[in-house]
Design a protein around this ligand. Structure first.
Ligand SMILES: Nc1nc2c(ncn2[C@@H]2O[C@H](COP(=O)(O)OP(=O)(O)OP(=O)(O)O)[C@@H](O)[C@H]2O)c(=O)[nH]1
Ligand SMILES: [Zn+2]
Length: 359
């Protein structure tokens, strides 16, 4: 149970010292966390209750980088006007982002101030190490820690083999846990990550057990802390959208629909990623621009031939590299278009200045 003496903010994932209150009128503002974003505004939680708020007008300027707008997970300063207005975004300790869907290339924030992202994958037919690697790549550099949770360990044929395969592909510091998401005993290995003041996001395809794991973590207090699942008229369990779920272990889960589809932004680097060793290997190729296809003295081909480099892993690397190149291309096009637009605006401004004098 959460310690009753702890600050309500701790219960919504705040940790560390409280920031000094705003300069003007300290009594007139308070801190809350963005738990959902709707078309009509934001839903906030102050550790005691949820309420709706509007962003201050400056957040609505079309020219503002979307990353500078309030996002799910943000701690914000809110004034007490009616309706309350978000005045300031407090510094973010982590930022999860992905390429925005659609043609215009922009980074879209998925969630901020997340400590741990649990990448969930079933040890059954869904088991897909390449997908896990892509999630890890998205998380890398976000400031959040990634942990792999393999569910359905109780029904899987060969959990050990799957674990071993994955172990060989992900960075050594990434913890991998195989669990039965239905068993409180089994998922207790995750509790040290879910203590007071922590924020965790669960990601993974449909059916891997995110809701099951959430319910097991909620345990007895499920009813008191809002059931995550409700039974619909046909007696089936359906997932009800809850943006911030407070756990008995003191931490909270942030449930955001945005994490399901993965798209790379083009800003990721393969250096130092889980493919860092391949990048290092390529540095030993005789030619700096080696395509690793047929050049003599290719360190990558040598490693593939003598088995030091796994063939599947190599193909995953190539796939990821292509995707990254495509994303980087579209990012560059986007940036170029933007700077051309700026140059044109400037030129137009100059022409107007010449015609009508400076204004
Ligand atoms: N035996 C066993 N079954 C599991 C485990 N985890 C999940 N399941 C079952 O797998 C099915 C799908 O689990 P869910 O928790 O609904 O999956 P989800 O990730 O929340 O799926 P979405 O809500 O569609 O995103 C359910 O029937 C669960 O009971 C596990 O560790 N062991
Ligand atoms: Zn080469």
């Amino acid at each position: 149970m959460a310690d009753p003496t702890e600050s309500p903010l701790t219960r919504i994932g705040w940790h560390g010292a409280l920031p000094p209150s705003s300069d003007d009128d300290a009594d007139d503002s308070r801190i809350a966390r963005v738990i959902a974003q709707h078309r009509a505004g934001y839903e906030l939680h102050d550790g005691v209750s949820a309420f709706n708020a509007q962003p201050a007008p400056r957040f609505l300027k079309p020219s503002l980088d979307p990353a500078e707008r309030p996002a799910v997970g943000d701690f914000v300063r809110v004034n007490r006007s009616k309706p309350p207005s978000i005045e300031q975004i407090l510094p973010r300790r982590s930022v999860l982002a992905r390429a925005a869907a659609g043609e215009r290339h922009q980074r879209q924030l998925i969630a901020t101030n997340i400590d741990t992202v649990m990448v969930i994958s079933g040890l059954d037919g869904d088991f897909n190490p390449a997908r896990i690697e892509r999630y890890l790549m998205l998380i890398e550099g976000s400031g959040a820690r990634a942990v792999v949770v393999l569910t359905k360990a109780d029904t899987a044929g060969d959990a050990d083999a799957a674990m071993a395969e994955l172990r060989g592909r992900v960075p050594v510091q990434t913890a991998i846990h195989a669990v039965n998401a239905k068993s409180a005993d089994s998922v207790s290995v995750l509790l040290p990550l879910l203590g007071p003041g922590t924020s965790t996001v669960l990601v993974g395809s449909s059916g891997v057990g995110k809701s099951t794991l959430t319910n097991t973590l909620l345990g007895e207090s499920r009813q008191a802390t809002h059931a995550v699942r409700e039974t619909d008229s046909r007696g089936r369990h359906t997932t009800t959208y809850r943006a911030l779920i407070q756990l008995p272990s003191g931490g909270c889960l942030i449930d955001t629909p945005g994490m399901r589809e993965i798209k790379l932004t083009g800003e990721e680097s393969l250096d130092g990623s889980q493919f860092g060793d391949i990048e290092e290997l390529a540095e030993d190729c005789r030619f700096g621009d080696c395509s690793h296809l047929s050049e003599p003295g290719c360190a990558v081909r040598t490693a593939l031939e003598d088995g030091r480099l796994d063939n599947d892993r190599w193909h995953n690397y190539l796939k990821l590299r292509d995707e990254l190149a495509a994303a980087a291309d579209s990012l560059e096009t986007q940036l170029r278009r933007k700077s051309e637009a700026r140059v044109m605006t400037k030129a137009l401004g100059r022409r107007l200045d010449e015609k009508y004098g400076r204004h």
